[in-house]
Write a protein that binds this ligand. Structure first.
Ligand SMILES: C[S@@+](CC[C@H](N)C(=O)[O-])C[C@H]1O[C@@H](n2cnc3c(N)ncnc32)[C@H](O)[C@@H]1O
Length: 210
């Protein structure tokens, strides 16, 4: 069964590649959305948007294709953060120009409901020391029950080490994302984009796990 599923995934990936090559050959310089982006926008965002108890949202890392997210999250308090001044124009009205390592300078402890950190680990946030500082800061700024989404690419160029090895991430509990019935989703893309879902546990649970 697994072999069969794998064959279908490979075939679908091949078809997408062929389609992209064909469109490029025809002169269409199109932005074809990757499957992991599709999952982010069509499965993960709707979940966050639907949950009324999730209103304080921080999205880390901006690019031209994330500019429209401000509109999607207009019903929430939506913040963006990026350390590159060039990306600020793609950020929200509430945009922070700084490294995620300094998140504590911008948010009080326990005030955020969700942090989406997609494509940042391995794309600038590359060492254990920096990642731990960033993820510890995220942990502190989230409220108990707050969600931390880490999107990263499990490929040599963008995975300096497995992020799960970070001590800071061990403070979180895995969060079983309802649509996937799992706390990890490996997308069907050549970039091996992974979404890891974490939740900040209640303080009592954290002490019990020590
Ligand atoms: C590949 S883009 C990802 C953009 C977006 N988050 C997404 O969903 O695709 C990486 C972005 O992360 C930003 N970035 C990398 N390291 C960062 C850090 N330590 N703090 C804040 N932003 C960082 C870069 O400036 C860049 O704009």
């Amino acid at each position: 069964m697994a072999v069969f599923r794998d064959a279908i995934r490979r075939f679908n990936r091949f078809r997408r590649l062929q389609k992209r090559k064909f469109l490029l050959a025809c002169g269409f310089d199109l932005y074809i959305k990757s499957q992991d982006r599709d999952v982010l926008e069509r499965t993960i965002f709707p979940y966050v948007l639907k949950r009324t108890d999730l209103s304080e949202i921080l999205f880390v890392g901006c690019h031209w294709y994330t500019k429209g997210y401000s509109k999607w999250f207009e019903e929430k308090n939506y913040w963006t953060l990026d350390h590159d001044v060039e990306q600020a124009k793609y950020g929200a009205g509430n945009h922070i120009l700084d490294s995620i390592e300094n998140i504590r300078l911008h948010f009080e402890a326990g005030v955020l409901d969700v942090i989406i950190c997609n494509g940042v680990f391995g794309w600038g946030l590359n060492t254990r020391e920096h990642a731990d500082r960033a993820f510890n800061g995220c942990y502190d700024c989230l409220r108990e029950g707050g969600l931390f989404l880490l999107g990263w690419n499990d490929v040599p160029d963008h995975a300096p080490f497995p992020p799960a090895e970070c001590e800071s991430l061990k403070r979180f509990s895995p969060f079983v994302f309802p649509a996937f019935s799992a706390s990890r989703y490996l997308s069907d893309s050549a970039s091996r984009h992974i979404y890891d879902f974490y939740v900040k546990p209640p303080a009592t649970e954290h002490l019990a796990r020590k």
